[in-house]
Design a protein around this ligand. Structure first.
Ligand SMILES: [Zn+2]
Length: 324
């Protein structure tokens, strides 16, 4: 599914949610009127009286204060009667009032400022699930299992599992300090294949998503694809989506080096890193390349930006595909 289809299906879900809510309101209305037909005429009368009073004030503004009192009195009488009828049906409050999952956008997915945070979060987590196939089954940092990591002592008496536990501890600290991490500290997972780097970066993504953060998770090849798609479908929405890449809480880029490396891709990657640096947002880059190769391939400017404020864990141990 491409981005456009992802968005389309998400908008359809918002519409469905609003339809279900409208239906719920109508059914509540029917139930109430069936049991209390009198409430219907009472509500109509109340509406009419209110309108009369407002009209009268428009004609005679000096009546204002008197009208306010009258309105308050009317409202009180009406509310008492209505509440007692609703209570008889087992409702603590009027069930016809709208119930929104998101108060910010009233489940429309948009506010005056553009796409609502709830929409962005849903979209980002769909992108994540699509991108990272283990998506739903992926454990977050605090729930991950360490059984795949070898316990054989290696470097300086440290086993692969000890090492990963240490890295996870650092990442947990990173998550804890996320709010106060005003610098936008980066993380780089670099080095040999199959050390569980992807698993770990997905666990970090899950942890932050579960904490309500806006996390975009992409492999570098897919990110470049996404940017191309956004450039071709230029509209207000694509501008906002591009902005999401620049200023989401956390951008996780997996598989750096697996893209087709050329001037275009290098420029795009530097631009993203630079925008996020300026916005003081964290980026995690995961790559099978060694640090020196990253510097060689992507250049000094890219490497300096990345490393200026950066956590660089050291991975080692047996290949996890073989070790089981
Ligand atoms: Zn919303």
């Amino acid at each position: 599914m491409n981005l456009k289809e992802l968005q389309r299906s998400l908008w359809a879900e918002y519409e469905e949610k609003r339809n279900i809510e409208a239906l719920r309101q109508r059914q509540a209305q029917d139930l109430i009127y069936q049991n209390h037909p009198y409430l219907k005429s009472l509500e109509e009368d109340y509406g009419k009286m209110k309108l009369e009073i407002v009209k009268a004030v428009l004609k005679n503004p000096e009546m204002g204060q008197e009208a306010d009192l009258k309105l308050a009195e009317l409202e009180e009488d009406f509310t008492i009667t209505k509440d007692s009828m609703l209570k008889e049906l087992g409702f603590e409050s009027d069930p016809r009032l709208p119930q929104y999952e998101c108060q910010l956008c009233k489940d429309t997915g948009e506010t005056d400022q553009g796409l609502c945070l709830c929409y962005k979060q849903k979209l980002a987590s769909r992108i994540f699930q699509q991108e990272y196939e283990r998506g739903k089954g992926q454990a977050s940092l605090s729930k991950m299992s360490f059984s795949i990591y070898s316990t054989k002592k290696e470097k300086e008496g440290l086993s692969q599992r000890d090492n990963i536990l240490g890295i996870v501890e650092d990442l947990n600290k990173f998550v804890q300090d996320f709010d106060s991490n005003l610098e936008g500290t980066n993380i780089i997972f670099s080095g040999q294949v199959s050390q569980g780097k992807t698993y770990l970066s997905a666990a970090l993504a899950m942890e932050l998503i579960e904490k309500g953060r806006l996390v975009i998770y992409q492999t570098v090849p897919s990110l470049l694809e996404l940017l191309r798609e956004l450039a071709w479908n230029y509209n207000e929405n694509s501008v906002e989506l591009k902005q999401m890449i620049y200023d989401c809480d956390m951008l996780i880029l997996d598989d750096l080096g697996k893209e087709t490396i050329n001037d275009y891709s290098r420029r795009q990657l530097f631009h993203i890193l630079n925008m996020r640096y300026t916005a003081r947002k964290s980026t995690l880059i995961s790559s099978n390349l060694e640090l020196l190769d990253i510097e060689k391939i992507y250049g000094d400017a890219f490497f300096t930006r990345l490393m200026e404020r950066c956590i660089v864990p050291n991975f080692f141990g047996p290949d996890l595909r073989l070790g089981g």
